[in-house]
Every structure is written in structure tokens, then in C-alpha cells.
Design a protein around this ligand. Structure first.
Ligand code: GDP
Length: 892
């Protein structure tokens, strides 16, 4: 197609006329190759053609530029014209085949046709080019897409490969792990088997007696040296049994798979096995396992067969306590309660009816008990006669005031020779023991008078065994002596008479004895059985004789008690000590009280922290008839309260709770039933009564009594203080509750409210008043009361006159001749006529005369004449009381 010649001559094939007029082909195209590179280093040769275009005068051509006219100014020709001309030339050349020809100018028609053809051709060419471009673009796009896809695929492949690799690794690892574990497991199992077999072998070896004696020479020991029958010796050659003297328990154990029978190897085996030894193969562990299984089995049996219990239900019980009595968890009781529509927490109390339902639901048998049943058994069992041992008598001294009771008690206390402290310092604890060296000691209650004795008796406390009746030899039997006698008789307590003050010159003991006869006290001198000792407290005469007489009396009474049991006694007195807390003196009646005992005393309880005797010494225990102070009670009990030792704290709390509830109930009942704020308001409105209810807490009983007495006095018929509750001890929450329920004022005398009580009082808007001086307390109460009084006038007594003579005057009536004995008489005053301290008439003074003159007033010490308006029954000896009704602000 192309040749070198052609290329040289212009690289284009063209038709040429040679000299002979022959047509020949000439190369008109330049041809070459280039190397095209592809990716990945590939390349290929590509043939390239460069087409030369000859327009107009060619090198070999002879064509002339025709002068083309045709309307267009001879300059430039348009491209279209050039194309048309070339086509025309070519057409001519082709047709004629002759040398240069002059082209005939084209007609307009032809031109048009040609131009049209040309434009079409150009259009087609353009379209073809566009298509080619489009194709090329598409191809490029396709290529790029493919490349992208290829790249993405490659990436995916890579990732996939990596993932697979990882998975493979993980799987392999897991397999390895499993294989290793399996192998270990297997090894362990085998080891266990081997060990067990070895043990069996050893047992057999033991049975084969002493045939097995292996030299303890380690070098000589080999796997085959084991003489005991061992079926698996081939498998476990390192096993060795060492049986040296006294070394029975020491065993060498072989490890499977360790064949070397050398000493080191053997040791190594032993060590390795020891380290690998599993728990269950050891003897004690097996036993442990067995025990555990047994426990589990028993538990199962127990759970399958629920135990039916008898559950004691008091009137109220906390959920927790009820659960404890059924031996189940509190939450389960709560659940059952919820099912029954009762919402209660573990610490809440439920009533007996609800508790009964719960108990039945759990399949147990409920047993209802009365609330007071908690006290059952507090006093302990009855003592057998064989357990009883003689005990010292307990004595109370009684008698008329000033007959020397206190002096006698003091003298007796100081005569305590055994303690070696005669005349020394003694501690006042409310009771003490006197030991004069022979016979049993005597316990004296240190509170003289029958008030204490009666108070104790009123509480059912028969503390006293013997009454010492003190009668002053110079004074004889007096009213309180008689009272004392009747109290002793009422209590069935024998009397020993102490005729005191015998040192006085006017002492007449026989007169005393005589007088006693008329009160059924027949002394021995008169053939009776009452001992009478003539003593002198101040001179300390015959005190030992008095003690002896008491001891003799005690012997007759055969006083006995069992000291070897839990203690029981009576509270003699109790107080709140600032430093030591609650201090209570107990007279032990039976049993022995020890430090650490849990005691219930009245409505209080506590663990005995310390015991202090009447000499202020700490003691560890106190037997029958021994007075001791106990420390550790949580509240102040009352004199005469029974004290008992109980088993545990729970029991103590139970009893105390019950007793406190009971006492509170009694208090409220005693103060006239329901005392609510509402009631009080209603009564106030109706004007029936004006009362100030108070709750009083005090530090000692003495103050409490004084306050109560004082409050009684300041009241009138219209306004008075009503003590709802009075006790010794700090103010507690329950006091506030009580006060709140009754709209009462809380009074603390030398005591304070605890934090909870304060908080409750604050919440309820209750007032707590503190005092430390009794009259201040009473004054304030008076002020409070007067504030409550209706604003009305009060009467003021002016004075009294005694009627000395009565004169009858006609038309005027009776005139009393009087002497003003106190105060004064006023003419306009009101008057009362008193006969034997009883008001017999209340009216107005008619006239007041001094001699014959009317006067306005007559003062004390002067005589006067008076008449009472409208009343004539006046007699000599009557008393006229003059008084006024003053319209003043009234304070009680
Ligand atoms: P109480 O009220 O019964 O306790 O009597 P006291 O013990 O307070 O005594 C009253 C008064 O009697 C005191 O002044 C004592 O000194 C006095 N007294 C007591 N015993 C005797 C005694 O034996 N002889 C004399 N001479 N006086 C006595």
C-alpha cells in the first residue's frame, strides 16, 4: 500500500500522469509506528498514518487558481468555494483523464447542489466525529469503571483473605486450647486413677503385713523396687513406698508417664504429683464432700416435710417477731399480709386476729395468749424446800413522829461492828445490813415511817419480815404509834417494840408497855409474845439487845430463801443520778443477783452494769436479804416494784412493753377516762370545768410527790391542774404522745426531754416546760390557771371575831358582844357565822358598834357589838368571819 518512494515524494498517493500520459499511484500518506504502553509494563507497536492534504497548487500539479468572479470581490474565497472547486477538479481529472483542463465555471444550480451535498457531507462527518467522540468517551468511562471495579474487587479479595486467615488462626488456637485442656483433663483423670490404684495397692501392701520393706537408700530405689502388689507398675514405674519406723503416713507417689526410676526423678514425680494433686482425692476432702451431701439431703428432707409449729400469738406482735416464731423470713410474712390486704413493714405490729390468719396460712397452729401472759414465768419456779437456806430478816422501823426512828436507824447503822466501820462513813442507799458479830445479819429499810411501808404494801411488796415499833418512853403511845400497829397487823408482820429515849429522866417504859396492851400488843413482861427492848438511840444503849431480839424473832419466823437461782427482789428506792444514770436500790429476796444479769424492774429493764453495797463497795453478787444498788437500768423504776432476772433481752423488752402499756392505761383510767383535747374544749365551752392537764417527769420521787401535792393545792373548784401522768425519769416520746392525746402540758423537773421527744413535741406543737425549783413551777402553774379563770371577783377575808356574849334587844334583835381575834371588822362587810369550824350562815353585818357608837371598823384586839342582818340564832362561842368580795384581777 505504501512504499518508500511514495513516502519520499511527499508521503501521499496521488494520481500522476507520467510522461507517457500513464496514470500511476503516488504515495500521499506518511506512515510510521509508535509504541503504546499499557499498565503492568506491557506495550505494543501501533501503526500511525499521517495524511497530507493538498489543496490548491500542489507540488506536482499544475493547476492554477482560477479566477473566479461571481459577485464576490476578487479577494478571498470562502472554504465552501474552495471545497467545491477541489471536488470539481477531482471530478474533471477523474473523468477526463487528460492533462490540465480549464474548469468550466459551475452554474448556480450546480453550485447549490454541490453546496447542499457538501453541507450534508460535513454534517455527516460531524455526526460521525461526534459518535466517534462519544464512543471514545464511553470506552474511557468503561475502562475507568472496570479499573475501579477491579481495584475494589482486589481490595475485597485482600480483606477476605485476611479475614479468613484470622478465622483460621482463631480456630486453630481454639482447637489447640481444647486439645490441651482435653489432654490435661485426661492426664488428671489418669493421675487420679493411678493414685487411687496406688492407694489400693498400698492398702493391699499393708495387708500383706511387713513383707514390704524397702531400703530407704534413695539410690537403690527404682520403679521395680516396689514390692507391694501393683498391677499397673509398668505404667507407673516411679511409684515407691517408703515405710520407715514411725513414718506410716508418709507416702511416695508416682506420676504416670514418668518412667525414670532414679532418685531425682522419683522426687520430681512426688513433687509434681503433690502440686497437681486435686482436692477430691484427699481423705479429708472426701469426708467433707460426704458431709456436705448429707447436709443437702437432710435439707431436702426437711423442706419436703414442713414442720408444724405451735405459734404463740399475743394481743399484738410485730411482723418480724411473728416470722421469727414461725422460723421463716419476715418478707414472707409481709407477702402473705399483702395478699390479705394488710400493708405492714417488718417492724410494724399487727393484731392477734391478723397474726392468726398468717400463722394458719403457713400451716402452723396459732395459739392465742393474753397480753399478761408475757409475765408468766417471770417469777421463776417454786423452790424446793431442800434448796432453801436461812436468810437474814428485813426490818422496817415505825413509830410516832419524833420518837426517835431516824436516830435509832443511824445508831444501828453505826453499830455495824463486823464491817469494821463502826462510826465510819456509810452510804445511804435506802437500806443496809447490820451485823453485830453473832447470828445472821439484819437488813434495815432506811425509810422510817409507815408511809413507805404502806406504799410498798399497796404495790403488793411484802418486803418487811419484822416491824420495829419505836415508842418514846417519855411520850408513850401516840396516834401514829397506833397507826403503825394497825399497819403491821394488817400486813401480818410481827412487831418488836423498841422503847426509846430510856436515858431520859422522865422515861417510863412500863407505862409504854401498859399502853400498848390496849392496842393488842402484849409484851413478854405481861406474858405476851411481843419482845420489848428498852433502848436509847442517842446513848446507843441496848442496841445489841434489840438486834438479838430481832434475830430471835427471825428464827421463829424461819426465814428461808434459795440463793442458787435467778434473783428476785424489790426496789427500795430509785433515782436518776447525774453521773451514774439510773440508780436503784434492790433488796434481793431470793436467788443471787449478779453483774451482767438482765433484769426487769417494774416497767423498766436493763443489764446490771454494777452492784454497789451499803458501804459504797462494788460487789459481784448479792444474795437474799442483801440490799444493793444496781446500775444499768434504762429508766427509773418505782419504790416497791418487783425486780426479776429474766433470760434474755427480748423477754425483758416484751415484759416492759406490756407493763408500760398497762401503767399508761391505768393512769388514763385513773384520771377520768378519755382526756382528749376535744373533750377538754367541750367542757371549757360548757363552763363545766377548767382543767390544766399535765404530764410531769421528775428526777426523784420526792420532788414528784411534792409537786403533785403542790399542784393539788393551787387548784380550786373551777380551775385545777390534773396530773395525767407523773413519773421519775427523762421525758420520752411516749410522754409526749400521752400529752398530745390529752392536750396536756409537759413539765420536766430537773429532767430534760430526749432528742426524739423534743422532735415529736416540736412536730405536734406541744409545750415542754422545765423547772428546777418547785415553787417556781407551782407559781407558773398558778399563773396558767388564773389565765384560764373566768374574770370575776374573789372574796377577801377581813378578819374573825369571837362572840363572848349575846344580848337580846327588843325590836333590834340579837346583838353579839365580840372580841376581834384577827384582822378587822367592817360595817359594810359580808359575814359568815361559824360554829365548830362549820359555816352555818352567810349574810351581811347589820350593825357595828363600839360601846354605844356606830363605827366603820374595829381592829384586832378590840371589843365590839355586832348584829347579823336577818339572822338571830347566834350563840356565845360562835365565830363571825367578815369578808369582802373584791373586784380585783384574780390570781390564784
Ligand atoms: P423520828 O421523827 O421518829 O425520826 O425522830 P428522830 O430520830 O428525828 O428524833 C427526834 C428527836 O428525838 C431528836 O431530837 C433526837 O435527838 C431525839 N432522840 C431520839 N432518840 C433519842 C434517845 O434515845 N434519847 C434522847 N434523849 N433523845 C433522843
Amino acid at each position: 500500500m505504501s512504499d518508500a518512494k511514495g513516502q519520499d515524494r511527499g508521503g501521499r498517493i496521488e494520481l500522476n500522469r507520467s510522461g507517457g500520459g500513464k496514470l500511476e499511484l503516488k504515495t500521499t500518506v506518511e506512515q510510521g509506528t509508535v509504541r503504546q504502553s499499557f499498565s503492568h509494563g506491557r506495550s505494543k507497536p501501533v501503526a500511525v498514518e499521517v495524511k497530507k492534504r493538498r489543496i490548491g497548487t500542489g507540488t506536482g500539479g499544475s493547476m492554477r487558481k482560477p479566477a473566479v468572479g461571481g459577485g464576490k470581490g476578487g479577494g478571498e474565497r470562502t472554504g465552501d468555494e474552495r471545497e467545491v472547486r477541489r471536488s470539481a477538479r477531482q471530478d474533471q481529472g477523474g473523468k477526463s483523464g487528460r492533462g490540465p483542463v480549464v474548469l468550466k465555471p459551475l452554474t448556480d444550480e450546480e453550485k447549490k447542489v454541490r453546496l447542499k451535498a457538501l453541507s450534508e457531507a460535513r454534517k455527516n462527518e460531524e455526526e460521525a466525529r461526534k459518535r466517534a467522540e462519544e464512543n471514545a468517551r464511553r470506552a474511557a468511562e468503561e475502562l475507568a469503571r472496570r479499573k475501579e471495579e477491579e481495584a475494589a474487587a482486589a481490595l475485597r479479595k485482600e480483606q477476605e483473605a485476611a479475614r479468613r486467615q484470622e478465622e483460621e488462626d482463631a480456630r486453630r488456637k481454639a482447637e489447640e486450647q481444647a486439645a490441651r485442656l482435653l489432654a490435661e483433663e485426661e492426664a488428671k483423670r489418669k493421675a487420679a486413677e493411678e493414685t487411687e490404684k496406688a492407694r489400693q495397692a498400698e492398702v493391699q501392701a499393708d495387708a500383706a503385713a511387713d513383707q514390704v520393706v524397702v531400703a530407704d537408700e534413695p539410690a537403690a530405689v527404682s520403679g521395680e523396687d516396689v514390692a507391694a502388689p501393683r498391677p499397673d507398675s509398668a505404667k507407673r514405674p516411679a511409684k515407691s513406698t517408703r515405710r520407715a519406723e514411725g513414718d506410716d503416713d508418709e507416702r511416695g507417689r508416682g506420676k504416670p508417664g514418668r518412667g525414670a526410676a532414679k532418685r531425682d526423678n522419683r522426687r520430681g514425680s512426688k513433687l509434681t504429683l503433690g502440686a497437681d494433686d486435686d482436692e477430691p482425692v484427699r481423705g479429708p476432702s472426701l469426708a467433707k464432700l460426704k458431709r456436705q451431701r448429707e447436709r443437702e439431703r437432710l435439707a431436702k428432707v426437711a423442706s419436703n416435710e414442713p414442720q408444724v409449729r405451735e405459734v404463740v400469738i399475743p394481743e399484738t406482735i410485730t411482723v418480724q417477731e411473728l416470722a421469727a416464731r414461725m422460723a421463716i423470713r419476715g418478707a414472707e410474712v409481709v407477702k402473705v399480709l399483702m395478699r390479705n390486704g394488710v400493708l405492714a413493714t417488718i417492724n410494724q405490729s399487727i393484731d392477734a386476729d391478723t397474726a392468726e390468719i398468717v400463722v394458719s396460712e403457713f400451716g402452723h397452729t396459732p395459739k392465742r395468749v393474753s397480753e399478761s401472759d408475757v409475765e408468766v414465768g417471770v417469777e421463776g419456779a417454786e423452790d424446793h424446800d431442800s434448796d432453801l437456806k436461812p436468810r437474814p430478816p428485813v426490818v422496817t422501823v415505825m413509830g410516832h413522829v419524833d420518837h426517835g426512828k431516824t436516830s435509832l436507824l443511824d445508831a444501828l447503822r453505826k453499830s455495824n461492828v463486823v464491817s469494821g466501820e463502826a462510826g465510819g462513813i456509810t452510804q445511804h442507799i435506802g437500806a443496809y445490813q447490820v451485823d453485830i458479830g453473832h447470828g445472821t445479819p439484819v437488813a434495815f429499810i432506811d425509810t422510817p415511817g409507815h408511809a413507805a411501808f404502806t406504799a410498798m404494801r399497796a404495790r403488793g411488796a411484802s418486803v418487811t419480815d419484822i416491824v420495829v415499833l419505836v415508842v418514846a418512853a417519855d411520850d408513850g403511845v401516840m396516834p401514829q404509834t397506833i397507826e403503825a400497829i394497825s399497819h403491821a397487823k394488817a400486813a401480818g408482820v410481827p412487831v418488836v417494840v423498841a422503847v426509846n429515849k430510856c436515858d431520859l429522866p422522865d422515861a417510863d417504859p412500863s407505862r409504854v408497855k401498859q399502853e400498848l396492851l390496849s392496842h393488842d400488843i402484849v409484851v413478854e413482861d405481861f406474858g405476851g409474845d411481843v419482845q420489848a427492848v428498852e433502848v436509847s438511840a442517842t446513848k446507843k444503849q441496848n442496841l445489841d439487845k434489840l438486834i438479838e431480839a430481832i434475830q430471835l424473832q427471825a428464827e421463829l419466823l424461819e426465814l428461808k430463801a434459795n440463793p442458787d437461782r435467778e434473783a428476785q427482789g424489790f426496789i427500795i428506792e430509785a433515782r436518776l443520778d447525774r453521773g451514774r444514770g439510773v440508780v436503784a436500790t434492790v433488796l434481793v429476796q431470793k436467788g443471787t443477783l449478779r453483774v451482767g444479769d438482765i433484769v426487769v424492774a417494774g416497767a423498766q429493764w436493763g443489764r446490771v452494769r454494777a452492784l454497789v453495797d451499803d458501804h459504797g463497795r462494788n460487789v459481784k453478787e448479792a444474795g437474799p436479804s442483801m440490799p444493793v444498788e444496781i446500775l444499768g437500768l434504762d429508766g427509773v423504776p418505782e419504790a416497791g416494784d418487783v425486780m426479776s432476772v429474766v433470760d434474755n433481752e427480748r423477754k425483758a423488752r416484751e415484759i416492759v412493753d406490756y407493763r408500760q402499756r398497762k401503767r399508761r392505761g391505768q393512769q388514763i383510767a385513773a384520771t377520768g377516762g378519755k382526756a382528749t383535747l376535744e373533750d377538754m374544749f367541750n367542757q371549757l365551752k360548757a363552763g363545766e370545768i377548767q382543767e390544766l392537764p399535765v404530764v410531769i417527769k421528775s428526777d426523784v420521787h420526792g420532788s414528784l410527790e411534792a409537786i403533785q401535792a403542790g399542784l393539788d393545792k393551787i387548784g380550786t373548784d373551777e380551775a385545777k391542774v390534773r396530773v395525767l401522768f407523773g413519773a421519775v425519769g427523762g421525758i420520752t416520746e411516749s410522754d409526749i404522745t400521752l400529752a398530745q392525746a390529752s392536750g396536756a402540758l409537759v413539765v420536766g423537773f430537773n429532767v430534760r426531754a430526749n432528742a426524739q421527744a423534743r422532735e415529736l413535741a416540736r412536730r405536734e406543737g406541744l409545750e415542754i416546760r422545765y423547772y428546777s425549783i418547785i415553787y417556781e413551777l407551782l407559781d407558773e402553774m398558778k399563773a396558767v390557771l388564773s389565765g384560764m379563770l373566768a374574770p370575776e371577783a374573789r372574796e377577801v377575808i377581813l378578819g374573825h371575831s369571837e362572840i363572848r356574849e349575846v344580848f337580846s334587844i327588843s325590836r333590834v334583835g340579837k346583838i353579839a358582844g365580840c372580841m376581834v381575834i384577827d384582822g378587822l371588822m367592817k360595817r359594810s362587810a359580808r359575814a359568815r357565822l361559824l360554829r365548830d369550824d362549820v359555816v352555818i350562815y352567810d349574810g351581811e353585818l347589820g350593825s357595828l358598834k363600839r360601846f354605844k357608837d356606830d363605827v366603820r371598823e374595829v381592829r384586832q384586839g378590840f371589843e365590839c357589838g355586832m348584829s347579823i342582818e336577818g339572822y338571830n340564832d347566834i350563840r356565845q362561842g360562835d365565830v363571825i368571819e367578815a369578808y369582802e368580795v373584791q373586784e380585783v384581777a384574780r390570781t390564784l
